[in-house]
Design a protein around this ligand. Structure first.
Ligand code: RRO
Length: 304
């Protein structure tokens, strides 16, 4: 039986398999990100980092709903300098690190990205799609702004740049194209879907921020549609994200046009074992269907 290869090449990154954690899951300490890698992920992704430490929104910031979770964390993070210390420990162990980052201005995006790139991250994920903080989320629904910030960041970093798209737009293909035109090396599709949860006893919204971002299985069909539309539009690779809980979900994303996948909510609901389960299920699927490597099934659902 031919050897099945889970290893992929993604915008110049060589990863041992196509799985990673979604940004925001398990934060950004070296200890927790190392656990993600030890449990079988091909790369690790940080919580979004900004220029300065930031508190985020007051509690409650998370609520479970049917088939999903709504969060309104509000971009809490200790700032880019803190993470550069943690990064050294991860790099010493050869763990591929993708740093998610944001800025409140174009200049801040550029500065944070430059520091991370110089600090030795393997790739960057530009977060212009946080649904819970006005400036940052709105940026992701303006194709012109996405192109400008992508171009500005790309001009001052020398690692692959992924742009994380928002599902909260009327035409995701247009935003995907803007990121590609700005020079993005890849896309992550998608961030969370704006949502509200109401408590019938208090008769009030549950989250302090009122609205939050929906993730988990409820998001999956919407996110798959976003990947489909982006894949029809751009040539650059796409990392699929949204409600992936098992190997079958991962295969759906690959067939839909994603070259790699991220797992978020399922890490919280099912634990870190989800990475090994996806790796093994994907290997069995490839073998049972006569494929030798992951890239052979990417985008197959688009072919007549
Ligand atoms: O921190 C958050 O509230 C948050 C972010 Br940065 C994001 O990109 N997506 C999300 O659902 N929550």
């Amino acid at each position: 039986m031919a050897e099945i290869r889970l290893a992929i090449e993604l915008a110049g990154l060589r990863l041992r398999n196509p799985t990673m954690n979604a940004a925001g899951v398990l934060g950004l300490t070296a200890g927790l990100l190392r656990r993600v890698y030890e449990e079988g992920a091909g790369a690790v992704v940080t919580k979004s980092l900004g220029l300065k430490p930031r508190m985020g929104h007051p509690n409650p910031t998370v609520v479970y709903v049917e088939a999903g979770l709504i969060n309104a964390m509000g971009l809490p993070n200790p700032g880019v300098e803190y993470f550069l210390g943690e990064l050294g420990r991860l790099k010493a162990e050869g763990i591929p690190v993708i740093a998610s980052f944001f800025g409140e201005t174009l200049e801040e995006f550029v500065e944070v990205a430059s520091r991370l790139s110089e600090g030795g991250v393997d790739a960057l994920e530009l977060n212009c799609s946080c649904p819970n903080v006005e400036g940052v989320g709105l940026l992701g629904s303006d194709p012109g702004a996405v192109e400008r910030v992508t171009e500005a960041v790309k001009g001052c970093v020398d690692v692959p740049l992924f742009v994380k798209l928002s599902p909260n737009v009327s035409d995701i293909a247009q935003v995907a194209r803007a990121a590609e035109q700005g020079g993005a090396d890849g896309l992550t599709a998608v961030n969370t879907l704006r949502a509200v949860a109401i408590d019938v006893e208090t008769r009030r919204p549950i989250l302090s921020n009122v609205t939050g971002g929906l993730s988990g299985p409820a998001l999956k069909p919407v996110a798959l549609r976003c990947v489909w539309e982006a894949a029809e539009e751009v040539e650059i690779p796409i990392i699929g994200c949204g409600g992936i809980s098992n190997w079958r979900d991962a295969v759906e994303y690959l067939l839909c046009g994603a070259s790699a996948i991220q797992v978020g909510t399922a890490v919280m609901s099912r634990g870190l074992g989800v990475f090994r389960e996806i790796d093994e299920g994907l290997r069995r699927y490839l073998e049972a269907n006569g494929f030798k490597e992951v890239s052979e099934i990417v985008g197959l659902a688009h072919k007549a």
